[in-house]
Write a protein that binds this ligand. Structure first.
Ligand code: T6T
Length: 325
């Protein structure tokens, strides 16, 4: 089920209420020991504030419930290293693995193997294309987030005609692919805005910066940029600032890292679509424990997002991400 979006005037909060599918996930046929108190969390990238915020909340929840949580992450947002980490964790036989898969296909086989070994699979943030492997998935409604970004950008640009650019991360990243799609479909409703072909940055801020610099040079009527996640947004802000274009080309980012929040405050970014990673981490652990115990868990849950601008940022500090617990 898609969440309902309430769009208010720019400068006020745009909130997407969390909501679920109502369906119950399948815990699989492998034997899970209901008394297993060991859980694992594998995020998409070590030290990155979105995932740090998930980790902090997940650790807190696991400790409160008397569970051990082994947290690991690849150095880069990269499926080969993440699969290796998963292999090591499966051999320690936790009751559940809570994971943000870095690729919507490549992680399917190792996660299916985990499931066959009686390990419950809980997806947080990103998800596999194959919906039959995880017992439950918790994430923002990323398509709606992309639409919200487009609406926010369109309001910032106003009637001015011009081109807009979306920066995606790596093809096969379920979240940013959905954000880019929502953005593209919503921008199409604004006849003054011409959408340039979406560009992939491999999730590297430096690549995002290069793409924005070359787009600025080739597209004199560029009026807006959407960074579909933290790294693309941070890179875009750097490039616009280096070119002296901050505030002339409107930049809407996704996420709310300390750097993105600073950029919003100092006018290098005009709006951020913030997620609620703390809730995703906390509920991810709660779902994992329920699944280990054989209790029913909702198959899909969407958590809220919020559009933050300089005008309302001080009231929304609870949405800012953490760089350490
Ligand atoms: O935007 C988040 C996350 O939702 C996405 O799946 C990957 O990128 C981030 O971790 C931010 O870098």
């Amino acid at each position: 089920m898609r969440t309902h979006m309430t769009a208010l005037a720019l400068g006020t909060v745009l909130l997407l209420a969390g909501c679920g599918s109502g369906q119950i996930g399948d815990t699989g046929s492998g034997q899970t020991d209901p008394n297993n108190k060991n859980l694992a969390l594998i995020t998409g990238m070590r030290g990155e504030p979105f995932y740090v915020s998930i980790e902090c909340a997940a650790q807190q929840e696991a400790a409160a419930q008397g569970y051990q949580l082994n947290t690991q992450a690849p150095e880069k947002f990269e499926q080969a290293e993440q699969s290796q980490i998963l292999g090591g964790i499966v051999s320690t036989k936790p009751g559940a693995v809570i994971i943000a898969p870095t690729d919507d296909k490549a992680l399917a086989a190792p996660l299916q193997q985990a499931r066959s070994n009686g390990i419950q699979v809980v997806e947080v943030d990103t998800a596999l294309e194959d919906r039959s492997i995880a017992v439950t998935s918790l994430s923002s409604d990323n398509y709606a987030g992309g639409q919200l970004a487009a609406q926010t950008l369109a309001k910032l640009v106003g009637d001015k005609p011009g081109s807009v650019l979306a920066l995606n991360t790596k093809a096969g990243t379920s979240t940013t692919d959905e954000r880019a799609k929502g953005f593209e479909e919503e921008i199409a409703k604004h006849p003054n805005l011409k959408l340039l072909p979406t560009q992939y940055t491999e999730n590297e801020p430096a690549t995002a910066a290069q793409i924005v610099s070359s787009t600025l040079a080739a597209t004199p009527d560029l009026v807006g940029v959407f960074g579909t996640n933290l790294n693309t947004g941070e890179g875009a802000a750097t490039a616009l600032s280096n070119a002296g274009k901050s505030g002339q080309v409107q930049l809407v980012g996704f996420d709310a890292s300390p750097k993105q929040v600073d950029d919003l405050r100092n006018g290098r970014v005009q709006a951020l679509i913030a997620q609620n990673p703390g809730k995703i981490g906390q509920e991810g652990v709660q779902r994992a424990i329920a699944a280990v115990k054989g209790q029913p868990v909702e198959r899909e849950t969407r958590t809220e997002m919020i559009a933050i601008t300089r005008d309302n940022m001080d009231q929304q500090a609870q949405y800012f991400y953490k760089s350490h617990c």
